[in-house]
Structures are given as structure tokens and as C-alpha cells.
Design a protein around this ligand. Structure first.
Ligand code: FAD
Length: 416
């Protein structure tokens, strides 16, 4: 009863996507285990679930494109007639501030890679998104000193980007996994990965029971490294659970909308990203600064789930600069989740490890949600040796656990 072909560890978006992608194309006996009572216990539950294509590396753009394509065609992908998740096609707006060349360069690059994009001047921006201040300056959050807003910026729009609800996506994938015959064991916590003669043989649970499998996939998000260590793996990448803060503000639409809509997903490289949710009744906002990705957490089971006052003040300052009509009122709420940051090159580590048939899908930083369908596709192609519709064609070696750190443009934040 406890023998499987493939054991997937972790019921976040990466584990669920991988289990589903294997099951939908093969007859392999797949089992997924999750320590929580339901989905959403890890990074995915706190994800802003922004779906954007622009990355500094071309293969990352392709993986984002292939992942987002599955979210756009979610019903076909999940084979569900009425999935819970909806892709919100609000577009993704990049605001690089005083750098007037950035948008033009990235626009040409995205177009070359087959991704829809356009450069907006201030006038175009005001027409499309009247609530957004096009100013090229960033407020000084240290001194709070005021500045005279300045026009003349150059902004980049990905019209095919958007966002979604990460928990709805996981619930759909869970249902899709069950429909494809995946065994799902909730409230089941792995203690160790078992290895014999250099090959994985299964896992031992915290209750001492063992599950046997020819293939094991570690998709444990921020909990990945201690379990890899039980199999004797020492990663050359420094994968650190890192506390990430997010705010949300209520924007009640009654009796009339507080802000002119629509609002896109906005990545203001001066310090803030934001998007709407709940049918424009809330604003979700976080930081785009690398300096806000430094709080390493020793134990992912225990960390402060509420944002710091200082973070609130700084983030709101930049947010109000970008949306001047946003009213100052009410208490600002928020929550925190964990990125697992690959400190060597900020990109994920995916594929077979030094232990035969032990696969890792780790270190997703702020990228994992959008990439998940493509990552599941990479692993399913390698584990089953077969292809399916909506597969990515990016070679898995690109993210190999044995690679040298990838060379990026130097951007080390989740925006890399
Ligand atoms: C605040 C925030 C905002 C983000 N915004 C975006 C975004 O806009 N776009 C984007 O693409 N990405 C975003 N990300 C990143 C993305 O959410 C993550 O990369 C992704 O969710 C990682 O998924 P995962 O399945 O690897 O990990 P997780 O979701 O953490 O899943 C791992 C699972 O393993 C389980 N587990 C742990 N230990 C054990 C064990 N021993 N046995 C069994 N189960 C175990 C956990 O309970 C958990 O459910 C964001 C992340 C955060 C935190």
C-alpha cells in the first residue's frame, strides 16, 4: 500500500503542478504528501500571484510565458469545466523612473522573444490608467523630503500580464490531481528522504512510517534544504527562507469607486508593486527593493506573520506618491510569507540531484507562482520521458542543480 512510482513532497503550487503534470500524461502511481491540513500552508498561500513575462534572462521569459499560458487557459489545462481560479488580465506596468532607456530596451527584447509589450509616454499612461502618477522620481523614504513631481518618463506595459488568486489555483490543481488518480496525503510530514546505494528509495515520516518510491521530488518550498540534507545533498546554492512583507488596503467601491479604474499590476522600480483584488475592492502592495529581501528565517514554522510599522510607513509613502488620490484613511493591514531565495543567482534549482532519482524543485524566490505550470512540465517530461500539450520547450538543464550560478544583469531581487 505504501509503494509508489513517484512521491511528491509538498502541496504548494510547485508540488501540485508537478504531481498533476505527471499524472495527466502517464500511468505512474503518484503520491503527494503535505504537512498541512489543506493547501496554502507555505509560500504559495501568501503569494501575490502576479503573472508577468519580463525577466532578465531569455529562458526565464520563456518559462514565464509557458506558465502564464496555462493560467490563461486554465480550464483546458486542468480539464475542469468550472475551475475556481480566474486569470485577471489587467496588464503589468513597469515604471523604471529616471532611466528613460530601460523601457525601450526591454520592449524590443520582449518583442524579439514573442511577448506583447508597448512603451507608454506620460500621456498614454494617463489615458490608460488615470489614477497613476507618471512622475520619474522616487520619494525619499529616509528623510520624507518632498519633491516636485517631474514628467517625461518612459513606461513599459505587458498587456498580456495580470494576476490571479493563488489559493483558488491550488484548490483547482488539488482537484485535478485527484481526478487523475494521484493519492494525496494531508497532515503527513516527511522526516527524511531515504537513500540506498546512491539511489532514492522513499521517505520516512515524522510518525516513523515509511513510504517507498522509485522517484522522489522535493517541492518543499522554504523547508527544502533540511530534507535534502537528510539525503546527503549539499547544495552549492545558498537557499534561504526569507521573510517578505505585504500590505493590503481596503478600497470599498460603494457608494462610488474611490479611485479611477482600471489599475494595472504596477511594478514601480523605485520601491513598490501593487495590484487590485476582490473586484477592485482591495489593493495589495509590496516592495520591489532588494533591501526588503534580506530577513533570513531560521525556522520556516515560526516567523512574524505581521508587517513591521517601518515597512508600512515606507511602502505607503511610495504608494501614495504613485497613486495620489488614494485616500489616507483606516488601518493598514498586511501579512508576511516566505521566499526561498537562491542567494547565488536568484533563479530556481530544478532537476535530478546528485542522488539518483531524487529530484529537486527549490529556490523559487518571488518567481514560483507564475512558473509553476512550466516547472511541473519540465519535471514531468524528465521523469516520464513523454510530452503533453502545453509543455514548455525550455531545456531542464537551464535550471539544473549541477549548474554554475547563472549570470544575470546584476539584479538580485525577485525582479531579476
Ligand atoms: C509574499 C509573497 C509574494 C509573492 N508574489 C509572487 C508573485 O507575484 N508572482 C510569482 O510568480 N511568485 C510570487 N511569489 C513566490 C511564489 O509564491 C513561490 O515561489 C511559490 O509559491 C513557491 O511554491 P512552492 O510550492 O515551492 O512552496 P510552498 O508553497 O511553500 O509549498 C511547500 C509546501 O510544503 C509543505 N511542507 C513543508 N515541509 C513539509 C514536510 N516535511 N512534509 C510535508 N510537507 C511539507 C508546506 O506546508 C507547503 O505547503 C511570492 C511569494 C511570497 C511569499
Amino acid at each position: 500500500m505504501n509503494n509508489y512510482d513517484v512521491l511528491i513532497l509538498g502541496g504548494g503550487i510547485i508540488g501540485l503542478s508537478t504531481a498533476y503534470q505527471i499524472a495527466r500524461r502517464s500511468k505512474l502511481k503518484v503520491c503527494l504528501i503535505e504537512k498541512g491540513a489543506g493547501v496554502g500552508e507555505g509560500s504559495t498561500g501568501a503569494s501575490s500571484a502576479i503573472l508577468r513575462h519580463r525577466y532578465s534572462m531569455d529562458n526565464m521569459v520563456y518559462l514565464a510565458r509557458d506558465g502564464i499560458n496555462c493560467y490563461r487557459q486554465w480550464s483546458a489545462f486542468t480539464r475542469m469545466s468550472k475551475p475556481r481560479m480566474q486569470f485577471m488580465p489587467h496588464g503589468v506596468l513597469w515604471m523604471p523612473g529616471e532611466d528613460l532607456q530601460w523601457s525601450k530596451t526591454e520592449d524590443q527584447r520582449l518583442k524579439r522573444l514573442g511577448i506583447a509589450s508597448m512603451v507608454l509616454d506620460d500621456q498614454n499612461l494617463k489615458e490608460k490608467f488615470p489614477a497613476i502618477n507618471p512622475c520619474v522620481f522616487t520619494p525619499n523614504t529616509l528623510t520624507g523630503a518632498a519633491h516636485q513631481c517631474s514628467a517625461g518618463g518612459s513606461h513599459l506595459l505587458e498587456p498580456d500580464g495580470g494576476f490571479t488568486d493563488p489559493v483558488a489555483a491550488m484548490q483547482d490543481l488539488l482537484e485535478a490531481c485527484l481526478a487523475e488518480g494521484v493519492t494525496v496525503k494531508m497532515q503527513t510530514r516527511a522526516q527524511s528522504i531515504d537513500v540506498g546505494a546512491g539511489t532514492v528509495s522513499g521517505i520516512t515520516l515524522v510518525n516513523g512510517k515509511t513510504l517507498h518510491a522509485g522517484v522522489v521530488v522535493n517541492a518543499l518550498g522554504p523547508w527544502c534544504e533540511p530534507l535534502n540534507a537528510t539525503a546527503g545533498l549539499t547544495s552549492p546554492f545558498n537557499l534561504t527562507p526569507t521573510r517578505i512583507q505585504v500590505l493590503y488596503l481596503d478600497l470599498p467601491a460603494q457608494p462610488e469607486p474611490l479611485l479611477p479604474m482600471p489599475l494595472p499590476v504596477c511594478a514601480d522600480l523605485g520601491g513598490v508593486y501593487f495590484r487590485t483584488q476582490n473586484n477592485n475592492q482591495q489593493l495589495v502592495a509590496g516592495s520591489t527593493l532588494e533591501t526588503d529581501e534580506n530577513e533570513v528565517i531560521d525556522n520556516p514554522d515560526h516567523f512574524d506573520r505581521f508587517p513591521d510599522e517601518n515597512f508600512k510607513v515606507r511602502t505607503l509613502h511610495v504608494l501614495h506618491h504613485r497613486i495620489p488620490e488614494l485616500p489616507y484613511r483606516g488601518k493598514v493591514h498586511g501579512y508576511c510569507g516566505l521566499y526561498t531565495i537562491n542567494r547565488a543567482d536568484v533563479h530556481p534549482v530544478v532537476g535530478e540531484s546528485a542522488v539518483k532519482n531524487l529530484y529537486v524543485a527549490n529556490g523559487f524566490s518571488g518567481h514560483g507562482f507564475k512558473l509553476a505550470p512550466a516547472i511541473g512540465s519540465l519535471l514531468a517530461q524528465q521523469i516520464t520521458g513523454t510530452k503533453a500539450d502545453m509543455d514548455t520547450s525550455v531545456p531542464i538543464e537551464f535550471l539544473s542543480a549541477n549548474r554554475a550560478p547563472l549570470t544575470t544583469t546584476g539584479q538580485k531581487s525577485a525582479l531579476a
